[in-house]
Write a protein of this length. Structure first.
Lengths: 350, 350, 350, 350, 350
């Protein structure tokens, strides 16, 4: 939520990095390929890949680290990207969205991963600029979920080498959405754990855990709902960048997004159910504690009153002098106690 | 929720089985019929039914067990099915959906059954590929709700032999949706049972049961809401596979789906109502327990104090020596006790 | 909810009665009229009214009892009704709906009545088939809310004799919707009663009553929401059966349906409010009970401790031998008690 | 809610008064004006104003009291109003709505006022029939929020004399909606009062007050939501009665209605918040009461046990004969009490 | 909520100030610029800026203080503004909205700032009239969030000097929406603070704070939801005032608004979560307090009863005379106490 403010007062399109810097280095990985050839290049020198733009090959230019204002600005100039797009790339608090420009499509989405130790979600922003012959991808840090994709390109596996930049972009979106399923699995397992805890041995900590789970669900929701719109617009766009052959894949991607949303919503409902269950369990326990207290007090308080009576020091208390009075009183008290127990049993308190 | 992950990183359209394998065997049942003739065949050999494709008869090819990658892939090749469709068939975690291709319609739905012993829902995925002259159906295991349908085809009962592949597919969807009513009945009876329990003798176990019921409702919801969209699109499609004569039936199917959804939503509301009722009952009981405790304590604590007074050992306590003091104190205490009882009765606590 | 299952596995369009049979007899009432003439007929013989079909008069054929498969089937054949429609007529668990066929309109709705003794809703299904010159109405039992309508036809009161079959059908829908207001009144009065009870003397039974009210509201909702769609489609239809002159009436009917829905929704909110009010009242009472207990215990427990002290049997307890010690102790205890009372008053507990 | 029933069974368009009669008298106020001239007339004689209909002036005919069946029926005949409209005018339980007829527009709305003493909303139904040269307005009783409007017409202030019947109707709708703001203010002040009460000195009565507030909000909501639709349709209508020059005013009116709805919805949320706050405060207080009880009981119960020990009458209790035993026991008890207090302080209970 | 009433009964378009007056002074700041020139002027004399209207430069006329009826009316006359617009400008309770007139666009929005000391939102209404060559802005008071914008104009930074009045208006809307992020940050930090408090040391005050937070969220929501519609309409308008070049900026603005709404909704959910967490914590604490009480009472009440027995004064109590009886009783009581402790430990109460 924090630090959204550095941009206030600046001219729209000003390049300012917004967010937590996740890496210091920046790197650029370039893959330039056609069905038969593949060039790979890691560089810091922007001039290297500026050569690639105009070939008929597909170029994937993957920029890691978006905090370098100068670099982003140079790339923007070279590819003639609208300043607002560059601004959005550097603002890592962006909401997932898609914008269609004449020569390229701009999409922002969230890469999400589940930290199983901290039981929390980690977010990275990924921006794509999809041109006719290139895809620019911008990531916040270097560790890379796109490696399997890169491997597929290297081995020429699947359709990826023979289809256009739209299919490449689709493949990247697909990897991202597939990753959501991993996160949902992590959350699902965590929820099952909590569920078991609530049912077996509920303790105070669970409250905090359920609350955190709720928050994580909210965060996830905030990331996936807009993605649905992104994918829907991408599938239905009339932009010539997206070819007819790619549409069934985009339709499939859209279906996956819906499935993610469905699961997130179900998780929300189940988290609420979990809290309700915990609170009900607690009410139940309070009720039981009350019963124990009430039973003990209800049995012994009257008895204590009776023994108190015969502890009084009046001169004239005839019962005190009867020989079997003591045993009679003990007997009467036993009968009272048993009567109470019978009453509680009838009321189903025991 | 679990095991959604094996596909991560693979090329889209890769054939990987996702889910719990419910059977080891695979079997293929073929029915090839026209209004006058019927051929039936059970085979493992794909070549057997590849002959059937091009006849003008209607062929129903029912594949049981979708974990056999090779078989699915061969079928896909023969019928020229898009790889994404094959991938979806093998992914048993699919959300119900429908996709329209040029030569066929692809639909996924959930077969649901109510396990009355476990009081839980069991799910099986069923995929249909509806071509002009054939229907391919894919089931996860062998036990078969389509048997009555098969019987109808054998006996030539109803319209089924004289209408096209679209009507056959409709008949299968209809059987599936009819089955939902059975599940709703099971859940309905279970809810009535719980309702009675909550009203008669609420115990701790009910909490768990209501929670589980809630979860089952959520699962059911997740299966039926998308089915509505599937049926709506099937009815409204402009695909030539669906003929005008079949539309009233699809409209009827759609109405049934809406009715299922209606009932699922009502069930959800009633489950919430049940939990509220249970919690209110609990509050009520806590309140009653408190009252008993308070009445007993409020009556006897002051009395115990009084008898305590006359148990003190001061030298100079004149009352102790009055001859009727003991009986007077007993009388006063009786009056106090009766006064309290009268007060409680006035306050409606008794 | 129960007994939805007998149809599972049957061919669509199979005629099976689904529901509770509410009568054993079946009867057919026929009215055949034009602005100047009126024929009336009660018959069991289907041939009687088959003669009527082709006159230019308006015929209202009212079938009471829909469990007679053979009769329904004969009527269907004569009027050339689609088998799915006949199936729906015999399934009394139908959701209100409307279907437009080339030669007739088929509408299903729920007749609802409020049983003031049982405080519950009773439902009967009514199906209408509206042709160009006839209306077929199907009811589950004989007692008849259409009697005033019949009277109007007999007396030639209003427009009913001079307008077409669409107006006749409208009149029947109108009577049904008007009846909903009676039910809402019954529920409204019952809610006011409950409200008063909750505010005046809440007892345990109210919980059950609120829960039942909630369920009745859910049932009512399930009956009226789809009716809205039915009436909206009827008003907007392009079918030539519905004439322009009838549309303002259908519009009015639609408005009434919306008003019913509005009231049902408001009732739902108020029922929730009632439960909240009851639970809050309960919390309040528990709080009060607790206060009484706490006040009594807090005053007397310390006092009892003090008198306990002077009940000890130590040899050396100098206070015991002071002459005014007893009265001093009594005085101190009175001061303590008054101090406590003052404290409680300051805390607003008294 | 009550008395919706008298119409059941009657022919649609039958004139029956539905509702509580708020006045016995009926009166008709007529204003007939053009930019330069103004005639005013109060009459009971319908013939008086029937003369006015066909002039090119604008006539505002304001009927006070809608229970006079004969009068309504005569007016209806003269102005050729559809019987359903007349029926709706006499049914004061109508939902706000608008209907467009060829020669006139019919609108129903609710005049709402806030009774600050009873803290409740009072409703009056106002119906408008807007013709090309006249506006008929029907009110339930005589006291009149339209007086300022009448004054404006008399003084020729504003546009009202020079614009058409549509502007006159707009002015009346505007006055009605402006009145809603007064009601919202009243409710707003009442809510602030309740809020303060809940935060300062919550008592039992607040529960009832919050519940009533909730109900009033529901009532208000039922009156204003349909009004939105009324105003939206009036603005967008293609009827020639509404002129282009009036549309900006109708747009403004629509905006005001939205603002009313917004505030009503916010009020609903805040009322819920108020109830939550009250209940939480109550929980808090119960918790505190419990703590006091627990502290007192936990300190004194063990001490009372100790003094009880030395009140026993065993022959052989050596401690009793030690000279400083009494003071030692007093000292030990003081230490125990202080220890407990320290423990409670550490637990943050004190 | 208050003081919405002064306008009731007035003619629409009457100029009356509605709201709290935030300043007494009024001032007018004028900037008149083209890409190369800039004139700046602060004046009270309306004649000064009336000269500017017809130049081809862009004029920004910023009016501070909207309570001066005469001034607003003169401006309105000069720029030929519809009276309803002027009325809306002077009504500071306006809902954010946009209206398109032939020669100008009228937009109302809320400037929001977060008062970190009072932990509350402060609102100021800003109205814009966007003509072809001018923008009129109306603020309630003088302190100015538009200063950075003014600075940008002075320095000729960014596009602002070379684009039209639509871009200038966009820049002002952008500053306003950027400001919302600052408010959201403030609220976010406050929520984190409250969250920590609830988890670490919940006290009574938190209840009030959560309630106030809830109310602030509601207020924020009321301000931002309509803004979405404003921005959406501005982007999609066909008015020639908004040029094609400005649309990507308006699209970006719309995205920011959606992001604000998203965050506001998430905040609402989290505030509810916070309340739930607090209440659950409270329940937990009550439960613990109960346990302590129950343990103490359950251990000591029976023991006190036992010592009471041997404090009775019966003549014939044989145990009293056994030499080791006292120690035996002490031992038995110790065993009972330990048994209870063991029982509580087994029940997980300790």
């Amino acid at each position: 939520m924090k630090k959204l403010s550095p941009k206030t007062g600046l001219s729209p399109g000003s390049l300012v990095f917004v967010g937590h810097k996740k890496t210091d280095k920046t790197a650029i990985d370039i893959m330039d390929f056609n069905p038969t050839e593949l060039k790979e290049l890691r560089t810091d020198n922007l001039d290297d890949f500026f050569l690639l733009k105009d070939t008929s090959d597909i170029s994937w230019i993957d920029i890691k680290g978006v905090h370098n204002t100068q670099m982003i600005s140079q790339i923007g100039e070279h590819f003639q990207i609208h300043p607002l797009v560059l601004e959005d790339i550097m603002n890592t608090r962006q909401r997932p969205k898609i914008d269609f420009y004449d020569d390229y499509i701009f999409a922002v989405m969230k890469m999400i991963s589940w930290n199983d130790k901290k039981k929390s979600i980690e977010t990275e922003q990924i921006s794509l600029i999809i041109g006719h012959h290139y895809v620019l991808s911008f990531q916040e840090k270097e560790d890379d979920i796109f490696d399997p994709l890169r491997e597929r390109i290297r081995k020429g596996k699947g359709r990826i080498r023979s289809m256009g930049s739209d299919y490449l972009a689709y493949a990247m979106l697909d990897v991202t959405v597939d990753n959501y399923f991993l996160v949902l699995e992590g959350i699902g397992e965590y929820m099952e754990l909590l569920e078991e805890k609530v049912l077996q041995k509920p303790d105070k900590e669970i409250l905090k855990e359920i609350y955190v789970l709720k928050r994580e669900n909210l965060m996830l929701r905030k990331a996936v709902w807009p993605l649905r719109e992104v994918n829907a617009q991408l599938e239905r766009t009339e932009s010539t960048i997206v070819k007819k052959k790619t549409r069934p894949f985009l339709r499939d991607l859209y279906d996956h997004t819906i499935q993610v949303i469905d699961t997130v919503e179900t998780n929300r409902d189940m988290t609420s159910g979990l809290l309700e269950l915990y609170l009900s369990t607690l009410s139940n326990k309070t009720n039981e504690v009350m019963k124990v207290l009430t039973i003990i007090a209800t049995i012994f308080i009257p008895l204590t009153f009776i023994v108190g009576i015969y502890g009084m020091n009046f001169d004239n208390m005839p019962e005190l002098h009867w020989p079997w009075a003591y045993f009679a009183v003990l007997g009467i008290m036993a009968i009272i106690a048993l009567g109470m127990l019978w009453y509680f049993r009838r009321r189903k308190w025991l």
